[in-house]
Structure formats: C-alpha cells, structure tokens
Design a protein around this ligand. Structure first.
Ligand code: AHR
Length: 377
C-alpha cells in the first residue's frame, strides 16, 4: 500500500530525534525470582514468556509486506511515531533518549516522538495524529492499561502496524502487532523475595508509594509484591498511595505518611527511583533514618544511575531494575516487519536487582563502583 504523507506536520509536542545522550546497555540477566513468577494479569504479551527474545514469530506478517512497498516510495526512510508516556522520571528520560539515539535519520528513520505528559487524552490524540499522517509504524508506551481498543482498531483499519512498548495494555493481543517490555510483576516479586530474605522472619510494617494509577508498571509491581507479602503473616502493609512516578509525588505522599504513621513503619517501598528521592527528602526533613544504617528499609525500582548511586551509598537497601533500553529491540522488530520477515511478537527485556554494600542476596547483585560505572542512564 502506497501511503502519501500529509503535508501537515504534527507540530505541538513533536520532539526532534537528534538529542545525544543516553549510552546503551543491553537487556540484563534476570534475578532468580524472575524465573518463578508469571507476569501481571494485565500482561497479556509478557505473561507467557520467560526470557528475552524467546518468542514466536507473529502470525500476521501482512503489515510488513504492505510497508515494504512504502520504503521504495519514500526513498528508504521509515517513519515511526512514538507516543511516549511523558517525562515523569529519570527512567523515562533515558527511554526517550534511547529512542532518539536509535531511530535516527542516519539509521534510515524519521521519528516523531510525542511527550504525552502523562495525559491519556493527549496520548490517544498523538496516536490519531500518527494515523492521520499515515506513518509507517506506531509505537505506544501506554500511560494506562485501559481504553485502547478503539484507536487500535483505527490503526488496524489504516493498515499501520502498532508496537506496544514498555508497559502493557488490556486489549486483546490481536489488536496490535508486537510487544516489547519488562515483566513488572516479577520486579515486584523480586522486591518481596529480597525483603523476606533480608528480614529473616522479623516484622515488617510497610508503606508503599505506588506509581501512576492504572499503569501496568504500577499494577504489576503491586501485584508481585503483594503476592509475596500475602505469604508473610508477620508483614503488614499499612498504606499504599500513588506518587505518580515523580519525585514531587513521592515527597508529598511520604510527608503525608509520616504525619499518619510516624514511629509505626520500618519499610518504605517506592515504585520508582524518583519517588524514592522524594521519600528520602521527606524522611530527611522529619529526621527519620533509612538505608543500611537507618531505621527504615528503603526499596526502589528502576535502578537508574542515580538510584544505583544511592544504593551504593547504602541509602537505598534494594533497587530492582526496570530496563529503559528497549529501542534497539523495537527497531529490530520494525526492520523485520519492513522486510516482510518473521518477527518477535513478544520480547521480554529482563531485569536485575541490586543491593547495598554489606548485603548479600540470592536475588540481587551487591553494588560496587564497577557496577555503577557500567550504568550509563
Ligand atoms: O513504565 C516504566 C516506569 O515508568 C518506570 O518505572 C518509571 O520510572 C516510569 O515512569
């Protein structure tokens, strides 16, 4: 199918694909816990896979054949729209830079990356704009799991292949062409298993700062952690509130937790590093100590560079990785689709977990300067 590009460019939130920055880093080895756990309920694509790239080729190769014709018509340039969640976290910044460094003009792409600022309506509008422009491929990092059927049907009707990346959606897998991301339920299970190992049967009074409400990363981490917590009668989850994956959100929720639960908690679980930074600020201000030498055990997710620095410093006890370097996998899928070859319908990017010096764990790697030096994002 020959697609004519509309002359009107989607200008408002378009980000040029030229920013240098984030270094690479490959998918990493799974922690032991990852082997034992199924994915989150919402994780339709990830649920059945246990390792990266161990996936069946997609059944429907028709879109790839269609778009191969476009390559000739457009002089070999592949247009890709990426409806990005926003810029809420360091993880997100690394993920954006990874796409901008991968989908470059030099590599034969024209990337339209839209920062949707964590706004569902803006994200749907971005996807509809991509469809209206008849881009060759659409990549979506869905803010929430729900609400995707109609726009995915529109993309299908327009014959544009869709790749869901990073997070998951609750639409049927037949509504999109491929999925690339991490198993966030396993991340939650790893955090829980590590805590159980660390506490060795001691009581835990736990406060949770969740991510964005309705996001699969939030649902998966909560489900995985809660599953482990349910098997520990000596643990109590005192409260669980959303910090929206932001530092400001983490600080605000922690300040409110301190007002309600001061002196009653000994574990804080933050669904990402930025929330952990906010929680640390709030605990510092209240004179509450945390980390390996403190009164409160602090668990975080993402394992970005700064998060791992705090882990190396002993301020975060355990940091479970969520790998943001996914664009190379998405590009491989697109290249296969474009050449009409078989491609991976589901690719799981594996995660690792890290613990502060002085802690040894079967579930995590003990932080060192060398590990930190290898972490570019
Ligand atoms: O979907 C991945 C999550 O989104 C990361 O944990 C978080 O930092 C980001 O905002």
């Amino acid at each position: 199918m020959l697609r004519k590009k509309l002359a009107v460019l989607f200008a408002a939130a378009m980000v040029a694909a030229t920013v240098a920055g984030c270094g690479g880093g490959d998918a990493q080895t799974a922690a032991p816990a990852a082997d034992t756990a199924p994915a989150a309920d919402t994780a339709a694509p990830a649920a059945d896979t246990a390792a990266p790239a161990e996936t069946a080729p997609a059944a429907d190769a028709a879109p790839a054949a269609d778009t191969a014709a476009d390559t000739t018509a457009d002089g070999g340039v592949i247009s890709v729209g990426y409806a990005q969640v926003g810029h809420e976290s360091d993880w997100r910044t690394a993920n954006t830079q990874n796409y901008q460094n991968t989908f470059t003009a030099e590599n034969g792409y024209e990337l339209q990356l839209v920062d949707c600022d964590n706004d569902n309506a803006a994200q749907l509008e971005a996807v509809r704009n991509f469809i209206g422009q008849e881009l060759d491929y659409i990549v979506i990092a869905p803010i929430e799991t729900a609400g995707w059927d109609t726009v995915l049907q529109e993309a299908q009707d327009a014959g544009i292949p869709v790749i869901i990346a990073d997070r998951e959606i609750d639409a049927d897998a037949s509504m999109y062409d491929a999925w690339v991301g991490t198993n966030t339920k396993n991340e939650g299970i790893t955090a829980g298993n590590w805590l159980a190992e660390y506490l060795g049967g001691k009581e835990a009074n736990i406060l949770v700062i969740e991510g964005t409400v309705g996001a699969s990363a939030t649902l998966g981490r909560a489900e995985g952690f809660n599953e482990v917590a349910a098997s520990h009668s000596e643990w109590k989850i005192l409260d669980s509130q959303s910090g929206d994956f932001t530092q400001a959100g983490g600080q605000e929720v922690m300040e409110s937790f301190i007002k309600s639960y001061e002196g009653q908690f000994n574990v804080v679980v933050c669904h990402n590093d930025n929330e952990a930074y906010g929680a640390m600020d709030a605990m510092d201000a209240a004179g509450i100590t945390y980390g390996v030498d403190g009164d409160v055990i602090l668990i975080s997710f993402d394992a970005t560079h700064d998060g791992l620095q705090y882990t190396l410093d002993g301020k975060i006890n355990c940091n479970v990785e969520c790998n943001p370097i996914q664009a190379d996998v998405v590009a491989s899928v697109i290249q296969a689709m474009h050449s009409g070859s078989a491609y991976e319908a589901t690719t799981l990017v594996n995660d690792e977990a890290f613990v502060a010096p002085g802690i040894t764990s079967q579930y995590a790697t003990t932080m060192t300067d060398e590990v930190l030096a290898g972490r570019a994002y």
